[in-house]
Design a protein around this ligand. Structure first.
Ligand code: ZN
Length: 253
């Protein structure tokens, strides 16, 4: 074993996994994809993501040639999802998390001050001091997500308490989650949940989402009556919705 292997320690225990670059033609359209033969996968699957494009994952027992029929069988879904991913990619920030990089936080940008040490994140003015044992993108990201979540808990709790008491609404609890596709939700028992990624948005967007979920305490649907309630709490809700539709996918670290 060479010293280069030691940093890859995990992969050594996963048996023989390998990734190949490949290409398929659907009509006149050529689509590149990554074919991964995985020793751990039990079933074949297709993934389409903004970051990685199209990926086919095959269990080791399947032959690489089986990837193409799988893709053909789901051609419409693959193309539709890929188009959507490409539209998203245009609003996604290209951000390498390293010393000196900037991250958005409630309408301002914080500059990362990265150092080596036990994992810790703290804000100092416009700087975000991040110490991690190994200062690489992935570990910085993990530390930052922890910080954003804690900030989100504090911020959202504060905004919810403030607005709900002003309007005589009973909120049981506020939780912060890591949701891929939703900004918030509201249960009939008065439990509100929000996505921590809201901290990447300007404050007026956060306020709108809080109003939106609070309005669900009156109307657990998206009826005209619901939107009238939202309008009462946040008159500019139409612009906020429009902003979210346009920029929401870009609210990622
Ligand atoms: Zn809603």
């Amino acid at each position: 074993m060479t010293s280069a292997d030691s940093s890859d320690g995990n992969n050594l225990h996963q048996g023989r996994s390998a990734t190949f670059e490949s290409e398929i033609t659907f009509g006149s359209r050529r689509v590149k994809y990554a074919l991964r033969v995985s020793a751990r996968a039990r079933h074949p699957r297709i993934e389409v993501t903004v970051r990685d494009g199209v990926r086919v994952i095959l269990p080791a027992r399947m032959a690489a040639a089986e990837a193409e029929p799988l893709l053909r069988a789901r051609a419409a879904w693959v193309l539709r999802t890929l188009d959507r991913a490409e539209r998203w990619a245009r609003v996604m920030p290209v951000r390498r998390l390293a010393h000196g990089a900037e991250v958005p936080f409630l309408g301002t940008n914080l500059r990362l001050d990265v150092a080596r040490g036990p994992t810790r994140v703290g804000r100092l003015g416009d700087s975000l001091m991040v110490t991690v044992p190994t200062p690489v993108d992935r570990s910085i990201r993990r530390a930052l997500v922890g910080w954003y979540r804690r900030e989100a808990e504090w911020e959202l709790e504060r905004r919810v308490r403030d607005l709900s008491s002003r309007h005589g609404l009973a909120v049981r609890s506020v939780v912060v989650r890591d949701q891929k596709t939703r900004w918030g939700s509201c249960s009939t028992s008065g439990r509100l949940s929000f996505n921590w990624r809201l901290m990447l948005a300007p404050p007026e967007i956060v306020d709108y989402l809080v109003c939106h979920e609070l309005a669900h305490l009156w109307e657990p649907n998206h009826s005209p009556r619901f939107w009238a309630r939202v309008g009462g709490l946040c008159p500019a809700w139409r612009e906020r919705e429009k902003w979210l539709r346009k920029h929401g996918a870009g609210l990622v670290l």
